[in-house]
Write a protein that binds this ligand. Sequence first.
Ligand code: C5P
Length: 410
Amino acid sequence: MAEIALLQGKRIILGVCGSIAVYKAVDLASKLTQAGAQVDVIMTEAAQRFVRPLTFQAVSGRPVYTDMWRAENSGGLPSHIAHIGLAEGADLLMIAPATANTLAKLAGGFADDLLSVTALAAGCPLLVAPAMDGGMVEHPAVIDNLDALRRRGAHLIEPESGRLASGLTGGGRLPETSTLIGHIRRVLGLDGELSGHKLVVTAGGTREALDPVRYLSNRSSGKQGFAIAQAGIDAGADVILISAAEARPPLVGATRLAVDSAQSMMEAVLAQVADSSALIMAAAVADYRPRSVSEQKIKKADDSLTLPLERNPDILMAVKAQREKTGYPMIVVGFAAESENLVENASGKLQDKGLDLLVANDISASDAGFAVDTNRVVVLDMDGGLHKIELTSKAAIGAYIIERVGGLLA
Ligand code: C5P
């Protein structure tokens, strides 16, 4: 698990209840620790029937808290009273898995074990991931308790549907670690520097239909666009992700609009930027599309086949025209994939397309650009500024772009 800038030095209290889903909470504690968070685990008595505290201690590298009566359980905390020490200065209280019993205690304000008493003492955001079997999650008592928590500002993670430990199928599964971490990032980012800003990000390579089964496309994976969208969520933005990258996993916290052709991407972009702070066009848009789309599958016939193509509209040019009339989006960032004369070609594009920033990557290197997790770019701005970023993760480049957009919006 790579480090996550947003999680560096963050103090997360992970409350763990008695459910078979505790095995996922072990993975969560491990991944959060690897990502740079300080994770203090509180286990209920029932949770300890499923796994030992030692397991969480081993993955978090921190003492595990189990008992509100133990005098020696406050080591390493800001106060010698365990629930006060745990609550003080915490950035997030996450309860995963949260059982029906603990939800009832939280809703009722009970304080009869270390987790429930800490929840009353903690002033930080509360993120709750319920997990239970056999349709319990749909019981009116559970629904009422969840509603009460929601009304008080708690953030809830919808349980997933699927196979339950009992063998039954239904709702109540604890989502996988990557989804849980996505929710943690969204909640921790809420007050970030892009809070209140709508950010539109495009990702992936457009697909231009030839017939009902075939299309023309390119090698863009959407990874850089998704990394930018994630960095936007980390900074508190309201992110609209217009994606032609079908295969990318869901991104928690973004509203994802699936598109395929350049035309459909353009329609979505023009509608979404009308009230947005910034547009980041990371998508690889096809320059040409087949002049006509065959209704039937094109059959093999001759030795060669000629496909007439026509130009696609340039989305950024259409955005430029709309922005001149309306003032929105306030900031526009474009990309340029170049295989020669990188800076020269890129600065021409920055001028022509009326961009505030242009991120240029050299696609001739195999460790940067399409499909890989790393990239190497040059960021050009309107004032002639040029910032080179040597080979690094797409996440780090996403964070840099978001930081620059934040600077321009400030
Ligand atoms: O002109 P070029 O395709 O190199 O420019 C790349 C930038 O323009 C990218 O930000 C890409 O998303 C955008 N683009 C566009 N509409 C097109 C082609 C590219 O907005 N038809």
